[in-house]
Design a protein around this ligand. Structure first.
Ligand SMILES: [Fe+2]
Ligand SMILES: [Fe+2]
Length: 138
């Protein structure tokens, strides 16, 4: 399950697409670590990914929500709820979890990233992108 960007992931909004590509890039780094499975200590590398993921996510979600607010998108609340769900997921990956079982932590990260792509980007984000296009806003 590597994270390869495909045209079908594109929402046709360049700033958003490049932010989503960043998520794929972080996902790929997590994937590379997961398939190593070499029994070595990768605690520091995993924590770098987790920290970066949280930073990126907070930035991206704020950016999207500001755009939705600006253009009066009616499903902003729904987006906000889904965004909080992913932020909580990342925050739940604690240093203790990673320390206790690195392989499980990295597989959990991969699992929720693929869920994010398939159910949030491809469905919820696409809806606001269609709305913006329909209204001729972007
Ligand atoms: Fe998004
Ligand atoms: Fe979103």
């Amino acid at each position: 399950m590597s994270f390869k960007w495909k045209d079908r992931y594109s929402l046709g909004i360049p700033t958003i697409d490049s932010q989503h590509k960043k998520l794929f890039e972080i996902g790929n780094r997590a994937y590379e670590l997961a398939i190593l499975n070499d029994g070595h200590d990768h605690y520091d590398e995993i924590m770098v990914i987790v920290d970066e993921l949280l930073d990126y996510t907070e930035y991206h979600f704020e950016y999207e929500e500001a755009l939705m607010k600006k253009y009066g998108y009616e499903h902003l609340i729904h987006q906000h709820k889904e965004h909080n769900f992913y932020i909580d997921k990342i925050k739940n990956i604690s240093e203790e979890n990673v320390d206790a079982d690195q392989q499980k932590a990295i597989l959990d990260i991969l699992d929720f990233l693929s869920q994010w792509i398939s159910s949030h980007i491809l469905i919820s984000d696409r809806k606001y992108a269609d709305y913006f296009k329909e209204k001729g806003l972007l």
